[in-house]
Design a protein around this ligand. Structure first.
Ligand code: KG4
Ligand code: ZN
Length: 341
């Protein structure tokens, strides 16, 4: 089954074709992402109306480009999958409307995909994929969640952030040190120049049991350290390193606890912060020590993309799920409410 995937939930237009006849990474026939970062940079964050309008401009050319790269035409498609939530309502409607219209015109089924399920299943597109049960750490700009995956489509929330998401903490911390939006990757690059241990920040909520997170206090600690420092380039790098180490340690400690709670040793990590090198290394080491493993998508499939939507949609279409002919999105959507596959 060849499925076109469309992602427009926030500030990236993503399109891909996944072919279930070809296993693992070979199934991904083509994928393309257009990032709106430059468009929103001068506002210091995503402007929803500008995001919607840019998806309108970029989506169809990107569909054409992706099909050309895959060497396919629209007639070769067996289904269309689109992100129906969570996300910005206007941005979601662009993808849903386009996907629904394409599916109707091509007389193929359409399926709505939960953005976070897309992230969660992205590591399964790689070779040697993990099989449930496993624990998933979802770390993006909008979410920080630990999820027990009993089967594909059966998700139990084990813990989540009580305030800022991990990616949001990276972005806000980067901003307060003067790095441009979105600061996560830039803060991580700066941390490479920092001296380990030069500054130590708290590992929030690790001193008591539980699987929830809180990152907003950490941001305040960094702000104070930054204001009281000489703000020289090396100090900035040291603070970035101290912050990154605090976030990575905190995530690793909670992942270990979540694996204990779920009684398994396989961890799946997805979402934009999953591209962070130090997080990848630390979680891999932690899982190896337990005799298990940590599975990640390649960095390009950690951040928002159409491939994860094509893949998750293909699994659901193969299980017989379909949307009726209306354009419907769900900007707030609980993953535990999804039907099993
Ligand atoms: O999953 P994603 O692309 O979009 C959402 O659904 O939110 O995640 C974007 C988030 C941003 O906060 C970005 O700063 C962060 O992921 N991010 C990183 C890195 N790459 C992306 N954070 C830390 N280190 C990175 N290398
Ligand atoms: Zn995302």
């Amino acid at each position: 089954m060849r499925v076109l995937g469309i992602e427009t939930s926030c500030d990236e237009t993503g399109v891909a074709v996944y072919d279930t006849a070809l296993a693992g990474s070979a199934g991904l026939r083509a994928h393309a992402v257009y990032s709106q970062i430059a468009l929103h940079a001068e506002y210091g964050g995503v402007v929803p109306e500008l995001a919607s309008r840019d998806h309108v401009r970029k989506l169809l050319p990107l569909v054409r480009q992706t099909l050309a790269e895959a060497g396919l035409s629209t007639a070769d498609l067996d289904g269309v999958a689109y992100t129906a939530g969570p996300g910005l309502v206007g941005a979601l409607l662009v993808g849903a409307g386009t996907a629904r219209a394409l599916a109707w015109a091509l007389e193929v089924p359409a399926v709505a995909v939960h953005h976070m399920e897309g992230h969660l299943l992205a590591p399964l597109m790689e070779d040697d994929p993990p099989e449930p049960p496993f624990v998933a750490l979802l770390v993006s700009g909008g979410h920080t969640q630990l999820v027990a995956v009993d089967a594909i489509g059966r998700y139990r929330l084990l813990g989540e952030t009580l305030d800022d998401a991990a990616g949001e903490a990276f972005d806000k911390t980067a901003k307060l040190m003067g790095l441009p939006y979105p600061g996560g990757p830039q803060l991580a690059a700066l941390a490479e120049q920092g001296t380990p241990g030069a500054l130590r920040f708290a590992r929030p909520m690790t001193d008591r049991p539980g699987l929830d997170f809180s990152f907003s206090g950490l941001k305040t600690q960094v702000l104070l350290a930054w204001q009281q420092s000489d703000q020289a380039p090396q100090t900035r790098a040291d603070i970035a390193r101290g912050f990154e180490d605090a976030v990575v340690d905190t995530l690793a400690i909670k992942c270990g606890r979540a694996l204990d709670a779920a009684g398994c040793d396989t961890l799946v990590v997805a979402g934009g912060v999953g591209a962070n090198k130090r997080l990848r290394a630390q979680l891999q080491a932690m899982c190896a020590q337990r005799g298990g493993r940590a599975c990640f998508p390649r960095p390009a499939l950690c951040t928002d993309n159409g491939a994860m939507i094509a893949f998750a949609g293909a699994l659901r279409l193969e299980a017989g799920q379909r949307e009726d002919a209306q354009v419907k999105v769900t900007p707030r959507w609980d993953m535990a409410a999804l039907p099993a596959v």
